[in-house]
Design a protein around this ligand. Structure first.
Ligand code: AGP
Length: 612
């Protein structure tokens, strides 16, 4: 989400910055802009939509100057538009800012700037507040840009990275990082700032990673970094050997594996924004009173593919914690069934892209029947988000690979948060249970890291099993919901015929298919159902199928009946899907890689399905 590029040197900045922005396109964006310090002062060009739109504008109104900043914006505050695009200028036009992240206290700051400094705002963004504030501090600091930025960041709450230039401070970029990525590219007589390495890799190979709460002063001749106490820090540059293409993938071979590894970070991001200082869940300003919640006689969760599978876990969590009946439906089925929906229904749509036509149409159907619509969406400003009454963003960051991975786990987090919030509001869970589940969720990123350490083991397994033609995924309770997702992952990227089924259903027909060549991935992570699952595994083993079990650490009893066991860290039964899906994602990935398939773009599939 959002990309920053800053350049200061002796060549014309415009082309270099636009080129850098193009390298950051993969992050996802809805507008792009650039500010250059020209002989007429700071000049800005910005445009909604693709970078080509900005390029067209620059062909008509080019910019000449050797210091500048650029940005690709993924709208958070204010719709995607020319005016809301970055860079933003201060009211006097002398400070230009680009910004990634969110300023949480921008409303208070905005009011204060308007009231006490007569500032008139022209955008809906939180970023404009930063530009205006730096301008005020610039005056108070006698035109010292770095001190103005230092004073400003002390007043900002949230997670952000900013890059600033000033009309009266030529050949200088000042940048600051707090919980959002920022790097410096070191060149000869030119230096760069960017949110990610690909932006600068065409020009430089030496990179400095900016740490949290560090301030960077960049001129064509040198780069200085200061820590939060104002002390200059020295840092060894990293030498980057990757190609530009590699760098976009952060050194990973495919976006799919990169995104699997990004899950701990993505989950932290999703959680961080939703738990307040008192340890309570907040739903992004979505207001549902206890009375209103009690007026719903059911909740419909509607989605497609992986998002539907997240809905299956959502049903479990909401019914267990909030004790409201939940129906989960496939969007393409829901809309043609004349569903029983009215003003006593809460409709939850889940979608990574927010553009899936089936989900969008289902949402419209529910809305037309009087339901309140809450959507769980990754892409900000997407159609599903725009047409919903309330939006709860997953904050997974851009998901490029067609196979959904980090979107799924962040959707799960959102479902748990909604369930906890509703449960507390309705008084259907105790305070102890509420805090217990929240703690379990907060521990998930670290536990996923532990599962990811098993990648070599899973890769080895894939090397032995990749040429099988039939794979079953089985489980009970929450494990059965995860089985569907594991099966979909395997079939969509490795093209192996796979099938998921609730383990208890096996003996009602499917067990007829078990033979020695069959692989059965058996999820047995639910303590409460472990013995039942164990019996299912024994039955399968008796038919000589190859059983790969997924179990919690310590449940070693299962080893006797399984060919392999992949252990996940101990956790509460409620949250196992967040961990147990990871080995399944890795297995699908390594099988597809072993088979030499086009993993990021599987045949016949599209990232967002905007047709029926
Ligand atoms: C998942 O790996 C798939 N590519 C697909 O099932 C996807 O989840 C589905 O098309 C829904 O997409 P959405 O989340 O963007 O609505």
């Amino acid at each position: 989400m959002c990309g920053i590029v800053g350049y200061t040197g002796y060549e014309n900045a415009e082309g270099i910055i636009v080129d850098g922005l193009k390298r950051l396109e993969y992050r996802g964006y809805d507008s792009a802009g650039i500010a250059v310090l020209t002989d007429k002062g700071l000049q800005v060009r910005k445009k909604k939509g693709k970078i080509e739109n900005l390029e067209k504008l620059l062909m008509e109104e080019s910019l000449t100057g050797t210091t500048g900043i650029g940005h690709t914006r993924w709208a958070t505050h204010g719709s995607p538009s020319d005016v809301n695009a970055h860079p933003h200028l201060s009211m006097d036009g002398k400070i230009a800012v680009v910004h990634n992240g969110i300023v949480e206290n921008y409303v208070e700051l905005r009011e204060d700037l308007a009231k006490n400094h007569g500032i008139k705002f022209i955008t809906e963004t939180d970023t404009e507040v930063i530009a205006q504030l730096i301008s005020v501090k610039y005056g108070e600091n006698g035109g010292n840009l770095e001190n103005a930025v230092r004073d400003t960041v002390k007043m900002l709450k949230g997670a952000y990275a900013i890059c600033v230039i000033a009309a009266d401070t030529p050949d200088k970029i000042v940048a600051y990082r707090k919980d959002a990525p920022l790097i410096v590219g070191l060149g000869k007589k030119r230096n760069f700032i960017a949110s990610d390495i690909p932006a600068v890799l065409k020009y430089v190979k030496e990179i400095l990673l900016v740490e949290n709460q560090e301030l960077v002063i960049c001129t064509p001749e040198q780069v200085k970094i200061y820590n939060s106490e104002g002390r200059e820090v020295s840092r060894e540059p990293m030498f980057i050997k990757w190609s530009i293409e590699d760098a976009e993938k952060g050194g990973y071979e495919h976006f799919t594996i990169k995104e699997i590894y990004e899950q701990p970070k993505a989950i932290k991001e999703t959680l961080m924004r939703r738990i307040d200082d008192e340890g309570h869940v907040k739903l992004d300003g979505i207001y549902i009173s206890a009375e209103e919640l009690n007026s719903y006689d059911k909740i419909y969760i509607v989605a497609c593919g992986t998002a539907y599978h997240a809905g299956l876990v959502g049903k479990y969590a909401i019914e267990k914690m909030a004790r409201i009946p939940v129906e989960v439906d496939i969007a393409s089925e829901f809309r043609y069934r004349d569903p029983l929906v009215d003003e006593h229904t809460l409709f939850i749509a889940i979608s990574q892209s927010g553009e899936t036509l089936d989900t969008l149409e289902a949402l419209r159907e529910a809305k037309s029947k009087g339901a309140r619509v809450l959507s769980v969406v990754n892409v900000v400003g997407s159609s599903v988000a725009r047409e919903s009454d309330d939006v709860f963003y997953t904050w997974a960051g851009p998901e490029i690979a067609v196979a959904s991975t980090k979107a799924y786990t962040t959707q799960l987090i959102c479902m748990y948060l909604i369930a906890l919030y509703f449960g507390r509001l309705r008084g259907t869970i105790t305070d102890e249970y509420y805090s217990f589940v929240l703690k379990e969720l907060e521990a998930i990123p670290e536990k996923i890291e532990k599962v990811l350490e098993k990648a070599p083991e899973i890769e080895n397994l894939a090397r032995h099993l990749y040429n099988r033609t039939q794979v079953f995924f089985i489980g009970r309770g929450l494990d059965s919901a995860v089985s569907y997702e594991g099966s979909l992952k395997l079939k969509e990227i490795s093209y192996i015929n796979s099938f998921a089924i609730a383990a208890g259903e096996l003996k009602h027909g499917t067990i007829a298919l078990m033979e020695p060549e069959t692989i059965v991935i058996a999820l047995a992570t639910q303590d409460a159902l472990f013995d039942k699952m164990y019996s299912n595994i024994v039955e399968i083993k008796a038919r000589f199928a190859h059983v790969v079990a997924i179990a919690k650490e310590g449940n070693t009893k299962i080893e006797a009946e399984s060919s392999e066991v992949i252990y996940i860290p101990q956790c509460a039964d409620e949250v196992t899907p967040l961990l147990s899906v990871v080995p399944l994602q890795l297995f699908a990935y390594y099988v597809a890689r072993e088979k030499g398939e086009d993993i990021d773009k599987p045949r016949n599939l599209a990232k967002s399905v905007t047709v029926e």
